[in-house]
Design a protein around this ligand. Structure first.
Ligand SMILES: NC(=O)c1ccc[n+]([C@@H]2O[C@H](COP(=O)([O-])OP(=O)(O)OC[C@H]3O[C@@H](n4cnc5c(N)ncnc54)[C@H](OP(=O)(O)O)[C@@H]3O)[C@@H](O)[C@H]2O)c1
Length: 296
């Protein structure tokens, strides 16, 4: 297949490129095309603009690009960057797909479980319709809405992605240093849920959506067994043979991160109902073996 990826140089995208590189013809849209060549070599075509791509020749588009959600304080300006880096590119892709005479068969477009807002112990499937209206919801809701303008015959699969656990990069690598020093612990009350997914399952799920031409709609990209933050912290500490005794108080995190602290202090208990119904099986459905594999 001929596939265009945005965000192909990122955590999920680069793992996907590595899986697909030998099977498909890949074009990666990047703000830094040289990075694409440096990462993947000459087999993968780097493109700098949507206008440089012939959408009549594409079979699939995978859209994962966006300013990283964590790392910087959510100032008004940073919120604009978080939103527009996703919304504007997605609108350009949808427009190019809708105006192609032989459009690609599928658009797989990103979103996040932040769509649901801060939820407590509530189990959440894709049809949950009581999202709270904080920034993460507004960002994802509009992102999905823009992707939703893609017209038939292109099928749309939206990925409401949870916390992706990987060996390089992502949330786990940010958590590891304090835990390795024995300075890790729960965050806030520790009762908030963490809906996680192993990077291999994330890649496998995207591949599964590509391969199954009847699938469309929203898919929670999370493992079937979300855990509380306390359970996550304890499991990680046990695997590292370290204590997990030092809680991170909510107020400290709020001082450090501002509004973005909410991502860590609140959570969602999400189930991958649509993926499971469609027959997708997770290689890592429980946290302990997933973390054990990543820390190995
Ligand atoms: N990783 C997670 O745990 C997680 C959880 C929920 C949702 N998601 C969503 O899934 C998508 C992929 O996640 P990821 O972790 O693979 O992302 P990532 O590693 O942060 O990479 C995303 C890519 O987006 C591009 N990008 C970064 N800042 C940008 C900006 N200001 N404007 C335009 N493009 C920009 C970069 O590509 P170039 O530098 O090549 O242009 C980057 O490689 C993201 O949209 C993310 O929000 C991820």
């Amino acid at each position: 297949m001929n596939i265009l990826l945005t965000g192909g140089t990122g955590l999920i995208g680069s793992a996907l490129v590595k899986k697909w590189q030998q099977q498909h013809q890949l074009q990666v849209l990047s703000r830094t095309p040289q990075k694409v060549q440096a990462l993947f070599g000459p087999d993968v075509t780097a493109v700098a603009n949507v206008a440089d791509v012939d959408f009549n020749q594409l079979d699939a588009v995978v859209n994962l690009a966006g300013e990283p959600i964590v790392g910087k304080r959510w100032t008004a300006q940073q919120k604009q960057r978080l939103c527009h880096s996703r919304w504007d590119l997605t609108a350009q892709l949808v427009n190019a797909i809708n105006t192609a005479s032989t459009p690609p068969g599928i658009l797989i477009s990103g979103s996040a479980i932040g769509f649901y807002g801060a939820q407590q112990q509530q189990l959440i499937s894709e049809d949950f319709n009581d999202s709270t209206n904080e920034f993460s919801h507004q960002l994802c809701q509009r992102w999905e809405e823009i992707a939703g303008a893609v017209k038939s015959p292109t099928r749309l699969c939206i990925l409401r992605t949870g916390i992706v656990l990987a060996k390089t990069g992502g949330a786990l690598q940010k958590m590891l240093p304090p835990f390795k020093l024995g300075l890790g612990g729960r965050i806030g009350t520790g009762q908030q849920y963490m809906s996680w997914i192993h990077i291999d399952d994330m890649v496998a799920l995207i591949d599964f959506l590509l391969q199954h031409p009847t699938l469309q709609g929203v898919f929670n990209a999370t493992a079937p067994h979300p855990v509380t933050n306390t359970e996550f912290s304890q499991t990680l500490a046990q695997l590292l043979h370290r204590p997990a005794l030092l809680p991170m108080p909510a107020v400290v995190l709020q001082c450090l991160l501002g509004e973005a602290a909410d991502l860590l202090l609140t959570g969602q208990r999400v189930l991958p109902t649509n993926a499971t119904k469609a027959g997708f099986s997770f290689q890592y459905d429980k946290l302990q073996p997933a973390l054990a594999e990543l820390l190995n």
